[in-house]
Design a protein around this ligand. Structure first.
Ligand code: 5GP
Ligand code: ZN
Length: 115
């Protein structure tokens, strides 16, 4: 997807600093952080929404959680705790249509979020 900002970030076509990269995913800080730690973990593959995930991509999607856990340790929020969130479509609050896992932490998060 040529006009997808997250594809551009994954292809390093922007100046975004990557906190993590492997063959499948990249992670970087959210532009408008909602918590002291607010990192986005995205697959390099363009998948629009959760609704578009196919069974063959289960391990890729699972890998987003593995990387969230690695980053939580690296960023020192694993022990206190954190939240991972993936929004879907308009009611879910999705703004960028390339799936991404939000990793939020570094403070006491409220619950439920934005109901
Ligand atoms: P969504 O609402 O789709 O779940 O979350 C999209 C997130 O992407 C938002 O938190 C927004 O701040 C972040 N975002 C949008 N555009 C950019 C960008 O160009 N760079 C970075 N680092 N984050 C972005
Ligand atoms: Zn994309």
């Amino acid at each position: 997807m040529t006009d997808c900002i997250f594809c551009k970030i994954a292809k390093k076509e922007t100046a975004t600093h990557l906190l993590y990269e492997d063959e499948l995913v990249v992670a970087f800080d959210d532009l408008h952080a909602k918590a002291p730690i607010h990192t986005l973990i995205i697959p390099k593959l363009h998948i629009e929404t959760i609704n578009n995930i196919i069974p063959q991509q289960e391990s890729l999607v699972g890998h987003l959680f593995t990387v969230a856990s690695i980053l939580a340790s690296t960023l020192n929020i694993a022990e206190n705790g954190y939240r991972v969130v993936m929004n879907c479509n308009q009611h879910g609050g999705q703004a960028v249509y390339h799936i991404h896992l939000h990793l939020l932490g570094g403070k006491q998060l409220s619950w439920p979020p934005g109901c």
